[in-house]
Design a protein around this ligand. Structure first.
Ligand SMILES: [Zn+2]
Length: 212
């Protein structure tokens, strides 16, 4: 890194905010709320989302409660960088939705942007439907200035929900959907390896199956 010339002002560092929690916890809604407030404050905002999220709009981020905000849809981190970097000087706030679907270079990009004085607001699922950390969210949580961990409402019992329950048989981590495919569940109601309808959500590990 180049040393700073005498008299040159240091760039004031930016800020990394991460909004996380299970599905149906209002992450996109909170991201949109923050980005809209930044726009009201006349900040120049750019928002990105992965191409995988086709559930509502291709060029906007959408929350389950029908709030939307214009977003640039990109296939991967490489495309995100190729779109963002040419305009990075003109952008003050960078929003990223469904961050769990981007690869680990989002971590280094966030570090780079924060050193350029940008405010980065990232929303994403903290765990998979098997209850494990959903990369790259764990590292983003670790480097954040602020972490907002939202809970949903357990669709079985009404308690605060921290898990995303997959209903049905797909093992794909990137299947994106809404009501009917996933449910928010509390720890007590969460069934990471088999849902309550008896379908084969995931194969049980061999050792565990042998004991049955
Ligand atoms: Zn419950």
């Amino acid at each position: 890194m180049a040393t700073m010339a005498a008299g040159q002002c240091a760039i004031h560092p930016g800020r990394i905010e991460v909004i996380t929690g299970p599905m149906f916890s209002g992450k996109s809604e909170e991201l949109i709320r923050r980005l809209k407030r930044a726009q009201i404050a006349k900040r120049r905002v750019a928002c990105f989302k992965p191409d995988l999220d086709v559930r509502y709009h291709r060029t906007a981020i959408a929350s389950h409660s029908a709030q939307t905000l214009d977003a640039l849809t990109v296939a991967n981190m490489e495309e995100l960088k190729s779109v963002l970097m040419p305009m990075v000087d003109a952008v003050e706030v960078v929003g990223i939705d469904e961050a769990q679907f981007f690869d680990a270079t989002l971590i280094s990009l966030s570090n780079e942007l924060v050193q350029l004085g940008k405010r980065i607001i990232i929303a994403g699922l903290d765990t998979t439907f098997t209850g494990e950390p959903f990369a790259p969210m764990p590292e983003l949580l670790a480097i954040a200035d602020e972490v907002v961990k939202l809970s949903a409402v357990c669709m079985q019992c009404g308690a605060p929900a921290v898990h995303t329950q997959r209903l049905g048989s797909s093992q794909s981590l990137v299947l994106v959907g809404a009501a009917g495919v996933y449910e928010a569940r509390c720890r007590a109601c969460f069934r990471p390896w088999a849902d309550e309808h008896g379908s084969e959500q995931m194969e049980l590990p061999v050792a565990a199956a042998d004991r049955c």
